[in-house]
Design a protein around this ligand. Structure first.
Ligand SMILES: C[S@@+](CC[C@H](N)C(=O)[O-])C[C@H]1O[C@@H](n2cnc3c(N)ncnc32)[C@H](O)[C@@H]1O
Length: 272
Protein backbone atom coordinates (compact mmCIF):
# COMPACT_ATOMS: atom_id res chain seq x y z
CA UNK A 1 0.00 0.00 0.00
CA UNK A 2 1.66 3.13 -1.17
CA UNK A 3 1.38 6.69 -2.27
CA UNK A 4 0.38 10.18 -1.53
CA UNK A 5 -0.73 11.38 -4.92
CA UNK A 6 -3.92 9.75 -6.10
CA UNK A 7 -4.33 10.38 -9.81
CA UNK A 8 -7.78 8.98 -10.54
CA UNK A 9 -11.11 8.18 -8.89
CA UNK A 10 -11.66 11.39 -7.02
CA UNK A 11 -13.11 14.87 -7.27
CA UNK A 12 -10.44 17.49 -7.84
CA UNK A 13 -11.68 20.20 -5.45
CA UNK A 14 -10.80 18.25 -2.30
CA UNK A 15 -7.37 18.97 -0.78
CA UNK A 16 -5.13 16.03 -1.67
CA UNK A 17 -3.98 14.84 1.69
CA UNK A 18 -7.53 14.80 3.09
CA UNK A 19 -8.80 12.67 0.25
CA UNK A 20 -5.91 10.28 -0.37
CA UNK A 21 -6.75 6.63 0.29
CA UNK A 22 -10.48 7.37 0.01
CA UNK A 23 -10.84 4.17 -2.04
CA UNK A 24 -8.04 2.07 -0.60
CA UNK A 25 -8.80 2.55 3.11
CA UNK A 26 -11.84 0.26 2.90
CA UNK A 27 -9.75 -2.62 1.56
CA UNK A 28 -6.43 -1.93 3.23
CA UNK A 29 -6.81 -3.89 6.42
CA UNK A 30 -8.84 -6.79 5.08
CA UNK A 31 -6.36 -7.49 2.28
CA UNK A 32 -3.02 -6.61 3.84
CA UNK A 33 -3.12 -6.11 7.61
CA UNK A 34 -2.44 -9.61 8.88
CA UNK A 35 0.68 -10.21 6.84
CA UNK A 36 1.95 -6.70 7.43
CA UNK A 37 1.41 -6.88 11.21
CA UNK A 38 3.80 -9.84 11.36
CA UNK A 39 6.33 -7.92 9.31
CA UNK A 40 6.00 -4.76 11.42
CA UNK A 41 6.59 -6.79 14.56
CA UNK A 42 9.64 -8.51 13.09
CA UNK A 43 11.20 -5.30 11.78
CA UNK A 44 10.62 -2.81 14.58
CA UNK A 45 9.48 -4.39 17.88
CA UNK A 46 13.02 -4.93 19.20
CA UNK A 47 13.90 -1.25 18.91
CA UNK A 48 10.49 -0.10 20.13
CA UNK A 49 10.92 -2.20 23.29
CA UNK A 50 14.00 -0.10 24.09
CA UNK A 51 12.15 3.24 23.78
CA UNK A 52 12.39 5.33 26.96
CA UNK A 53 10.82 8.62 25.87
CA UNK A 54 8.39 8.12 22.99
CA UNK A 55 7.74 6.49 19.63
CA UNK A 56 6.93 8.52 16.53
CA UNK A 57 4.97 6.73 13.79
CA UNK A 58 5.31 8.82 10.61
CA UNK A 59 2.44 8.03 8.24
CA UNK A 60 0.56 5.86 10.73
CA UNK A 61 -2.07 4.73 8.22
CA UNK A 62 -4.59 2.44 9.88
CA UNK A 63 -2.28 1.97 12.86
CA UNK A 64 -0.16 -1.14 12.53
CA UNK A 65 3.07 0.42 13.87
CA UNK A 66 1.15 2.53 16.40
CA UNK A 67 -0.64 -0.50 17.86
CA UNK A 68 2.53 -2.58 17.98
CA UNK A 69 4.34 0.31 19.72
CA UNK A 70 1.62 0.63 22.36
CA UNK A 71 1.85 -3.10 23.05
CA UNK A 72 5.63 -3.40 23.05
CA UNK A 73 6.58 -0.23 24.96
CA UNK A 74 5.39 1.78 27.94
CA UNK A 75 6.08 5.19 26.43
CA UNK A 76 3.87 7.71 24.64
CA UNK A 77 3.22 7.18 20.94
CA UNK A 78 2.75 9.95 18.37
CA UNK A 79 0.78 8.76 15.34
CA UNK A 80 1.06 11.24 12.47
CA UNK A 81 -1.51 10.65 9.75
CA UNK A 82 -2.76 13.37 7.38
CA UNK A 83 -5.17 11.30 5.26
CA UNK A 84 -8.69 11.33 6.67
CA UNK A 85 -9.69 7.92 5.30
CA UNK A 86 -6.72 6.15 6.87
CA UNK A 87 -7.07 8.12 10.09
CA UNK A 88 -10.69 7.02 10.41
CA UNK A 89 -9.61 3.36 10.64
CA UNK A 90 -6.83 4.35 13.03
CA UNK A 91 -9.26 6.20 15.32
CA UNK A 92 -11.71 3.28 15.34
CA UNK A 93 -8.90 0.97 16.34
CA UNK A 94 -7.67 3.31 19.09
CA UNK A 95 -11.20 3.81 20.40
CA UNK A 96 -11.45 0.10 21.14
CA UNK A 97 -8.32 0.10 23.33
CA UNK A 98 -8.31 0.16 27.13
CA UNK A 99 -8.09 3.66 28.64
CA UNK A 100 -4.48 3.11 29.76
CA UNK A 101 -3.30 2.49 26.21
CA UNK A 102 -5.43 5.26 24.77
CA UNK A 103 -3.91 7.73 27.23
CA UNK A 104 -0.48 7.04 25.73
CA UNK A 105 -1.25 7.76 22.08
CA UNK A 106 -1.67 11.13 20.39
CA UNK A 107 -2.95 11.39 16.83
CA UNK A 108 -1.65 14.28 14.71
CA UNK A 109 -3.99 14.82 11.73
CA UNK A 110 -1.49 16.54 9.45
CA UNK A 111 1.84 15.99 7.68
CA UNK A 112 4.74 15.67 10.13
CA UNK A 113 6.10 19.08 9.08
CA UNK A 114 2.96 20.73 10.44
CA UNK A 115 2.72 18.71 13.65
CA UNK A 116 5.14 20.87 15.66
CA UNK A 117 6.76 17.95 17.42
CA UNK A 118 10.05 18.75 19.16
CA UNK A 119 12.13 16.10 20.96
CA UNK A 120 9.13 13.96 21.78
CA UNK A 121 10.55 10.57 20.82
CA UNK A 122 13.68 8.43 20.95
CA UNK A 123 12.39 6.08 18.25
CA UNK A 124 10.89 7.14 14.92
CA UNK A 125 9.48 4.71 12.38
CA UNK A 126 8.54 5.35 8.75
CA UNK A 127 6.95 2.12 7.60
CA UNK A 128 5.86 2.13 3.96
CA UNK A 129 5.77 5.94 3.95
CA UNK A 130 8.92 7.24 2.29
CA UNK A 131 8.36 5.56 -1.10
CA UNK A 132 5.21 7.57 -1.66
CA UNK A 133 6.88 10.96 -1.21
CA UNK A 134 8.28 12.94 -4.12
CA UNK A 135 12.01 13.70 -3.73
CA UNK A 136 11.24 17.28 -2.62
CA UNK A 137 8.66 16.21 -0.04
CA UNK A 138 10.92 13.39 1.12
CA UNK A 139 13.86 15.76 1.68
CA UNK A 140 11.58 18.14 3.58
CA UNK A 141 10.59 15.30 5.90
CA UNK A 142 14.08 14.66 7.30
CA UNK A 143 14.47 17.92 9.30
CA UNK A 144 11.01 17.38 10.80
CA UNK A 145 12.00 13.89 11.96
CA UNK A 146 15.29 15.21 13.34
CA UNK A 147 13.40 17.86 15.32
CA UNK A 148 10.95 15.32 16.72
CA UNK A 149 13.75 13.03 17.95
CA UNK A 150 16.11 13.54 20.86
CA UNK A 151 19.86 13.21 20.22
CA UNK A 152 20.80 9.54 20.28
CA UNK A 153 17.35 8.62 19.01
CA UNK A 154 16.81 5.95 16.36
CA UNK A 155 15.14 6.28 12.98
CA UNK A 156 13.99 3.13 11.21
CA UNK A 157 12.64 3.56 7.72
CA UNK A 158 11.44 1.21 5.08
CA UNK A 159 13.34 2.11 1.94
CA UNK A 160 11.62 2.94 -1.37
CA UNK A 161 12.35 0.66 -4.34
CA UNK A 162 15.95 1.37 -5.34
CA UNK A 163 15.05 1.80 -9.03
CA UNK A 164 12.26 1.79 -11.57
CA UNK A 165 10.78 -1.62 -12.47
CA UNK A 166 11.99 -2.97 -15.83
CA UNK A 167 8.58 -4.44 -16.61
CA UNK A 168 5.09 -4.31 -15.14
CA UNK A 169 4.97 -5.95 -11.70
CA UNK A 170 1.68 -7.48 -10.52
CA UNK A 171 1.10 -8.55 -6.94
CA UNK A 172 -2.14 -10.34 -6.15
CA UNK A 173 -3.44 -10.09 -2.58
CA UNK A 174 -4.86 -13.36 -1.22
CA UNK A 175 -8.68 -13.20 -1.35
CA UNK A 176 -10.43 -12.76 2.01
CA UNK A 177 -13.95 -13.82 2.96
CA UNK A 178 -16.27 -11.69 5.07
CA UNK A 179 -19.66 -13.35 5.43
CA UNK A 180 -21.07 -14.13 1.99
CA UNK A 181 -18.62 -11.90 0.19
CA UNK A 182 -15.09 -12.39 -1.03
CA UNK A 183 -12.68 -9.43 -1.16
CA UNK A 184 -9.83 -9.44 -3.63
CA UNK A 185 -7.23 -7.05 -4.93
CA UNK A 186 -4.02 -6.58 -6.82
CA UNK A 187 -1.26 -4.00 -7.07
CA UNK A 188 0.21 -3.19 -10.49
CA UNK A 189 3.47 -1.26 -10.66
CA UNK A 190 5.05 0.17 -13.81
CA UNK A 191 7.65 2.78 -14.67
CA UNK A 192 6.33 6.15 -15.83
CA UNK A 193 9.15 8.62 -16.47
CA UNK A 194 11.12 8.93 -13.25
CA UNK A 195 8.19 7.69 -11.17
CA UNK A 196 6.48 4.38 -10.45
CA UNK A 197 2.80 4.30 -11.26
CA UNK A 198 1.16 2.07 -8.68
CA UNK A 199 -2.41 1.03 -9.34
CA UNK A 200 -4.56 -0.79 -6.84
CA UNK A 201 -7.55 -2.75 -8.17
CA UNK A 202 -10.13 -4.05 -5.70
CA UNK A 203 -13.21 -6.21 -6.19
CA UNK A 204 -15.96 -7.77 -4.09
CA UNK A 205 -17.72 -10.96 -5.24
CA UNK A 206 -20.63 -13.09 -4.06
CA UNK A 207 -19.79 -16.47 -5.49
CA UNK A 208 -19.16 -15.89 -9.20
CA UNK A 209 -21.08 -12.64 -9.22
CA UNK A 210 -18.99 -9.46 -9.23
CA UNK A 211 -20.67 -6.98 -6.86
CA UNK A 212 -18.33 -4.01 -7.30
CA UNK A 213 -14.87 -2.94 -8.45
CA UNK A 214 -12.71 0.03 -7.52
CA UNK A 215 -9.36 1.43 -8.56
CA UNK A 216 -6.98 3.93 -6.99
CA UNK A 217 -3.62 4.95 -8.44
CA UNK A 218 -0.67 6.38 -6.57
CA UNK A 219 2.83 7.52 -7.46
CA UNK A 220 6.05 6.26 -5.96
CA UNK A 221 9.58 7.57 -6.38
CA UNK A 222 12.60 5.26 -6.30
CA UNK A 223 15.62 6.11 -4.14
CA UNK A 224 18.65 4.01 -3.29
CA UNK A 225 19.86 3.34 0.26
CA UNK A 226 22.95 5.45 -0.47
CA UNK A 227 20.84 8.40 -1.69
CA UNK A 228 18.64 8.29 1.40
CA UNK A 229 21.67 8.13 3.69
CA UNK A 230 23.18 11.13 1.87
CA UNK A 231 19.96 13.09 2.37
CA UNK A 232 19.81 12.24 6.08
CA UNK A 233 23.45 12.83 6.96
CA UNK A 234 23.24 16.67 6.99
CA UNK A 235 20.48 16.38 9.59
CA UNK A 236 22.88 14.48 11.87
CA UNK A 237 21.74 10.93 11.10
CA UNK A 238 24.36 8.18 10.99
CA UNK A 239 23.50 4.73 9.59
CA UNK A 240 23.90 1.70 11.82
CA UNK A 241 26.83 -0.37 10.59
CA UNK A 242 25.08 -3.73 10.72
CA UNK A 243 21.90 -4.72 8.95
CA UNK A 244 20.32 -7.96 7.91
CA UNK A 245 17.06 -6.75 6.34
CA UNK A 246 17.82 -4.91 3.12
CA UNK A 247 14.42 -3.19 3.06
CA UNK A 248 14.97 -1.19 6.25
CA UNK A 249 17.46 1.58 6.95
CA UNK A 250 18.32 2.21 10.61
CA UNK A 251 20.07 5.40 11.75
CA UNK A 252 20.99 7.20 14.94
CA UNK A 253 20.52 10.93 15.39
CA UNK A 254 23.96 12.13 16.36
CA UNK A 255 22.97 15.77 16.79
CA UNK A 256 24.68 17.35 19.81
CA UNK A 257 23.35 20.09 22.07
CA UNK A 258 19.94 19.25 23.46
CA UNK A 259 18.69 21.12 26.54
CA UNK A 260 16.57 18.21 27.62
CA UNK A 261 18.15 16.20 30.44
CA UNK A 262 17.48 12.51 30.16
CA UNK A 263 18.76 9.30 31.63
CA UNK A 264 21.03 7.04 29.61
CA UNK A 265 19.33 5.32 26.72
CA UNK A 266 19.36 1.55 26.69
CA UNK A 267 20.87 0.03 23.56
CA UNK A 268 18.76 -2.67 22.00
CA UNK A 269 20.25 -5.25 19.68
CA UNK A 270 17.88 -6.34 17.02
CA UNK A 271 18.14 -9.22 14.62
CA UNK A 272 16.34 -8.68 11.31
C1 LIG B 1 1.29 3.85 2.17
S1 LIG B 1 0.63 4.53 3.58
C2 LIG B 1 1.33 3.52 4.84
C3 LIG B 1 0.59 3.57 6.14
C4 LIG B 1 1.19 2.73 7.25
N1 LIG B 1 2.51 3.20 7.61
C5 LIG B 1 1.21 1.30 6.84
O1 LIG B 1 2.25 0.81 6.41
O2 LIG B 1 0.17 0.65 6.93
C6 LIG B 1 1.61 6.03 3.73
C7 LIG B 1 1.00 6.98 4.73
O3 LIG B 1 1.85 8.11 4.88
C8 LIG B 1 1.02 9.23 5.08
N2 LIG B 1 1.83 10.44 4.79
C9 LIG B 1 2.12 10.97 3.60
N3 LIG B 1 2.87 12.10 3.74
C10 LIG B 1 3.07 12.26 5.06
C11 LIG B 1 3.76 13.24 5.84
N4 LIG B 1 4.41 14.28 5.28
N5 LIG B 1 3.74 13.12 7.19
C12 LIG B 1 3.12 12.06 7.76
N6 LIG B 1 2.43 11.12 7.07
C13 LIG B 1 2.41 11.20 5.73
C14 LIG B 1 -0.13 9.01 4.13
O4 LIG B 1 -1.27 9.75 4.47
C15 LIG B 1 -0.34 7.50 4.27
O5 LIG B 1 -1.31 7.12 5.19
Amino acid sequence: MLGMHTVISRPSATPRQLDDYAVSAEFYDVLQAQQDATRVHRLYSGVVRGARLGVLDVGAGTGRVTLMSLLESEVGVHAVEPARAMRTSLMTRLASLPAESRARVTVHPCPLGQAELYEVADVAICHNTVACLSPAVRRALWPSIARALVPGGSLLLQLPPARLPDAEVVRLFPAQRIGRHEYGGRMVMSADGARIRTRFDYWVCAGRHLLREHTETFWMWPASRAEVIDELRPQGFLPWPDRTDASVLALTLDRPGSNRSRGPRRTTHVSW
